[in-house]
Design a protein around this ligand. Structure first.
Ligand code: HEC
Length: 155
């Protein structure tokens, strides 16, 4: 026995490699609403807060710059950027994406652009936030142009 004791570490190394366990089953995701409801209640309101947070308002009295002015206002926009970034993951759930590579690419682009919005908000950088708002809009339209089937016009 003493003679083969040095072999023991090798034996321990080899054993785990032989028994590869089956991959765990996917988590039991359970979506509660359809795409239309997700868009109208999660993505659209969050995007609106970002789009409406920065811009130029023209009135008869003159032109005004609009941007979050107080910490509370910045915190509100930050919450919406977080909502939008995380909603990209909701779009990637298999029951929603159907495994489409194009769909997943747009969902990832949404997470990426919303992440940039979050950084701009945390830096209180209104000009970058305005630009990134445009990028977010481009992501929305990119997916819609590929996947939203236009309502047929009645003859
Ligand atoms: C990965 C794809 C995808 C992305 C990204 C996406 N959408 Fe959508 N959106 C859809 C699909 C699919 C529908 C059609 C849903 C239906 O009616 O079945 C839709 C529909 C909508 C609608 C119309 C809902 C209605 O009244 O019928 C709005 C509003 C909307 N999206 C807003 C947004 C906004 C804002 C963004 C970006 C912040 C966005 N969407 C990003 C896929 C996407």
């Amino acid at each position: 026995m003493r003679k083969f004791a040095w072999l023991l570490p090798f034996a321990l190394l080899v054993v785990p490699a032989c028994s590869s366990p089956a991959p765990p089953p996917p988590p039991p995701f359970k979506t509660t609403v359809n795409m239309k409801d997700l868009m109208l209640n999660v993505l659209d309101p969050a995007a609106d807060v970002i789009w409406e947070s920065v811009g130029t308002i023209m009135t008869l009295e003159g032109t005004f710059e609009k941007f979050p002015a107080t910490d509370d206002e910045w915190a509100g926009v930050r919450g919406s950027a977080i909502q939008l970034a995380e909603s990209g993951n909701l779009l990637m759930l298999p029951t929603r994406s159907g495994g489409s590579a194009d769909w997943i690419k747009d969902a990832q682009a949404l997470i990426e652009a919303s992440g940039r919005a979050l950084k701009a908000i945390e830096a209180k950088d209104k000009d970058t936030l305005f630009t990134v708002g445009g990028d977010i809009y481009d992501v929305c339209t990119s997916c819609h142009s590929k996947f939203v089937v236009p309502t047929p016009v009645k003859p």
